[in-house]
Design a protein around this ligand. Structure first.
Ligand code: PGA
Length: 252
């Protein structure tokens, strides 16, 4: 059965103390939920990853990073490798987020390398894809997402693709308060699953977790998650408050 996931993306927010306080609050609320489905994932900024993995119980929640270097190791000043993430207990890593595509020129070429390095370290990539507003308005959203998925993921074999989580995040919905409708989300998720079915197999496509991201909050999560192909969410703003994030987690 495919894993339901609610993942928080803290982005570049919180001081060390604030991060520790938020993690404490989440742990307290989650005490009762230990080992339960869905899986909660918290993607903190790099400096707090070790704190976060140390604080977490071995069952729940899991800790993720928000980026990784496309090179294995060596003279890449300022970068963080997949092996470093693994060595501090990180189990998930967001890649291909639209903010990184836009501000840091992340593209399919570097994403292929990042995916391979993460999978080698046993870290689950959360691969983001999604169209910008002009692309949706020009009715190109399916073509854009297909190209992103094919270029970055389709070099993986059947065993590898099983270990990838996909997040569909329409860029026009990220941090804007403008959520995709439940029907728009379902339609794109079903499309992505159909691509996986054609490339791999029906069984594999049914196993892969596809998250929705973009202004998902405690009010709209239940409707979004009720769709058959929406397996949870990648949550930005609403993951910065323990109570809101927990409400989303309980929205299945
Ligand atoms: P948002 O961000 O929930 O604040 O829209 C989602 C994301 O960027 O992953």
């Amino acid at each position: 059965m495919r894993q339901k996931i609610v993942a928080g993306n803290w982005k570049m927010n919180k001081s060390f103390q604030e991060a520790e306080d938020l993690l404490d609050e989440i742990l307290e609320i989650m005490e009762e939920e230990k080992g339960e489905n869905p899986q909660m994932v918290i993607c903190t900024p790099f400096p707090y990853l070790e704190l976060a993995t140390d604080m977490m119980d071995e069952f729940h929640p899991k800790i993720g990073a928000q980026n990784v270097c496309e090179f294995e190791n060596g003279a890449y000043t300022g970068e963080i490798s997949a092996n470093m993430l693994n060595s501090v207990g990180v189990e998930y890593c967001i890649i291909g987020h639209s903010e990184r595509r836009k501000y840091y020129a992340e593209n399919s070429g570097s994403l292929v390398k990042k995916l391979d390095l993460l999978l080698n370290e046993g870290i689950t990539p959360i691969f983001c894809c999604g169209e910008v507003l002009e692309e949706r308005e020009a009715d190109k959203h399916f073509d854009i997402v297909r190209a992103q998925v094919e270029e970055a993921l389709f070099h993986l074999n059947s065993d590898e693709i099983r270990n990838v989580v996909i997040a569909y995040e329409p860029v026009w919905a990220i941090g804007t308060g403008k959520t995709a409708t439940s029907a728009q989300a379902q339609e794109m998720h079903a499309y992505i699953r159909a691509l996986l079915n054609v490339k791999y197999s029906k069984d594999i496509s049914e196993e892969i977790t596809i998250l929705y991201g973009g202004s998902c909050n405690a009010k709209n999560a239940r409707e979004l998650f009720s769709n058959p192909d929406v397996d949870g969410g990648l949550i930005g703003g609403a993951s910065l408050k323990a109570e809101d994030f927990f409400k989303i987690y309980k929205s299945f």
